[in-house]
Design a binder for this molecule. Structure first.
Ligand SMILES: Cc1cc2nc3c(=O)[nH]c(=O)nc-3n(C[C@H](O)[C@H](O)[C@H](O)COP(=O)(O)OP(=O)(O)OC[C@H]3O[C@@H](n4cnc5c(N)ncnc54)[C@H](O)[C@@H]3O)c2cc1C
Length: 535
């Protein structure tokens, strides 16, 4: 059942933004705009965008845009692996049950079925396409790891803990090899072009040049929004552009209150924070506080392998009590460098040797479960507009994502999108070019302060533990920040508007469920079961 939502301030502002989009803005000089026409437009070069581009190019010309370089994505950072029921004694049914259990009664059952049933084929295809996943030396079969809340070993990984980079490398090679994919790097989408309920393409800054890209189909694969938070594992490109761009254009977005906080990021003063994969706990490392207390044993029956939200809250509780928290991997000393070469290297580069030292950890914003509402083929409520990957809300994660299901979601649903877009007819009439230019950011300092303040507010008031009073305060302050954003702060505007969506959802959902925890409503409530907040 969908929850009826009274249009809020955000929606009114959206309407204003849309009107402003059509009208000439005072600070935009009239000037000619570059034009590009393509059959399929894919925005974003993570697993979802790359796979869509690769497979979509079998049916027509694809233009693939990405904000920085092809490799700049959360995908390239993914360590643990990709979940698929490929092992002896495993089955899609068991994977389905684990996924539904993690999703806390908010998953879409059909979407989960698609994910777990089509997942194994997609992983095999990726392997056939050149992905060098780790294999058992004796049998040559895929070596499978186990992660939190999975009932079986089913995590396919590459080079120990560099699965995402291997997937990105494989798909980038495919995309570069295809004659039908044109890539534009350093190209940032600013807004969608929507006319009469259909998306006709995007307005983009191509290395600073105002460009309108007209497409029969537009696919948003812009990833997540971890940069909204002070502590995050997400790369700096994860500023929530896709959520904000879509919302401004009237695209339905839902479940934005469900942010997954990874319990164990390496506690250093960096942005982003380095992730210490769950796989380390899966192999036997444990959490301890500075008194040597294994506190997770008292919190959950699965102890250190409890669901992410439970572990993240337990660590925050320790921190609130003035304790520091560490990952103790000492008993893995003999295998650590080989099994987790990436994590070993990042620790040693920071003066920590996991074979001898405890690893300091903190929770950090990691994954957005909500996003653009799509059907099983990635279609949004706006014609000709698709969404895939982390920016989408297919319903596979519900209120909490099962570890290693997101790379899988990217692959499975990108394949479905690529197959579906073939059927979309070519545009009859191409709109007249607009008259605008990319606004120049003159006060970089003010934009930086706005972004940093947003991130602090979100961490304190809309982070691991939330309450009505904190969320209201966040709402007030974010609105103030939004109004004072300097001209040209287009990325910061996306950051602030995405933050506002998270806060709005979190305020409306008066219960705790999955990744969303309210100290004033600390339990899940039956009345909220299966209900989604649409924005
Ligand atoms: C440190 C870390 C470890 C992880 N480990 C795992 C794991 O082991 N297993 C797992 O399943 N998941 C893992 N995840 C989550 C997973 O990596 C992501 O959910 C997934 O890769 C998202 O893929 P995507 O293609 O949707 O988006 P991304 O890979 O984030 O790609 C988004 C792309 O969109 C581009 N973009 C954004 N905005 C714009 C714009 N306005 N214009 C143009 N381009 C734009 C970005 O530059 C980027 O190229 C991890 C995430 C992190 C951060």
């Amino acid at each position: 059942m969908k929850m009826p939502i009274v249009p809020g301030k955000l929606q009114q502002r959206c309407a204003e933004t849309l009107n402003a989009f059509d009208a000439p803005r005072p600070y935009f000089q009239r000037m000619s705009v570059e034009r590009i026409r393509t059959r399929f437009l894919v925005v974003g070069s993570g697993v979802a965008g790359l796979h869509t581009a690769w497979r979509g190019a079998e049916h027509g010309d694809v233009l693939l845009l990405t904000k920085r370089s092809l490799f700049d994505s959360a995908t390239s950072y993914a360590q643990g692996g990709i979940a698929a029921a490929l092992g002896a004694g495993d089955s899609p049914e068991l994977h389905r049950r684990d996924t539904l259990a993690a999703g806390a009664a908010l998953c879409d059952a059909d979407a989960v079925k698609v994910l777990v049933e089509e997942g194994p084929t997609r992983v095999r295809e990726l392997q056939a396409a050149g992905a060098r996943f780790d294999l058992e030396p004796e049998t040559g079969r895929l070596k499978l790891g186990r992660e939190a809340a999975h009932s079986r070993k089913r995590i396919v990984h590459a080079h120990g803990d560099q699965t995402g980079a291997e997937i990105a490398r494989t798909l980038i090679a495919r995309v570069r090899h295809s004659k039908h994919v044109r890539v534009l790097e350093k190209t940032r989408v600013l807004d969608l072009i929507v006319r009469r309920g259909a998306c006709l393409g995007v307005r983009a800054s191509v290395s600073g040049v105002a460009t309108e890209i007209i497409a029969d189909v537009t696919v948003l694969a812009t990833g997540g929004c971890g940069q909204v938070y002070r502590y995050t594992t997400n790369p700096v490109v994860a500023t929530g552009d896709g959520f904000a761009i879509a919302h401004r254009a009237g695209v339905t977005v839902a479940d934005m209150e469900f942010v997954q906080f990874h319990p164990t990021a390496l506690d250093t003063p960096e942005n982003p924070l380095q992730l210490i994969s769950e796989a380390v706990r899966g192999e036997g490392a444990v959490l301890v506080n500075d008194r040597g207390d294994r506190f997770m044993k008292k919190v959950h029956k699965l102890a250190d392998l409890a669901p992410r939200d439970v572990v993240a809250r337990a660590i925050v509780d320790q921190q609130f009590a003035g304790r520091k928290v560490y990952l103790d991997a000492l008993k893995l000393a003999s295998v650590f460098p080989k099994r987790f070469p990436g994590i070993f290297a990042l620790c040693t580069a920071r003066g920590l040797d996991p074979r001898r030292d405890l690893i300091p950890v903190t929770p950090a914003a990691h994954y957005m479960m909500g996003g653009i509402v799509t059907d099983l083929c990635g279609r949004s409520n706006v014609q000709r507009l698709y969404a895939v990957g982390e920016v989408s809300r297919t319903g596979v994660h519900g209120a909490n994502r099962l570890a290693s299901n997101s790379l899988l979601e990217g692959l499975v649903f990108a394949e479905r999108v690529a197959r579906d877009i073939v059927q979309v007819a070519a545009l009859n009439a191409v709109p007249h070019p607009g008259s605008w230019r990319v606004p120049v950011l003159r006060d970089r300092g003010a934009a930086q302060v706005a972004a940093d303040t947003t991130r602090e507010i979100m961490w304190r008031d809309a982070g691991v533990i939330r309450s009505a009073s904190g969320l209201r305060e966040a709402q007030r302050r974010l609105s103030d920040i939004e109004q004072r954003l300097p001209v040209g702060a287009t990325e910061e505007r996306n950051l602030v508007q995405t933050a506002q969506m998270i806060v709005e959802g979190a305020l409306k959902r008066r219960e705790s469920r999955g990744g969303h925890y309210r100290s004033d409503y600390p339990r899940p409530l039956a009345v909220w079961r299966g209900r989604h907040i649409e924005l």
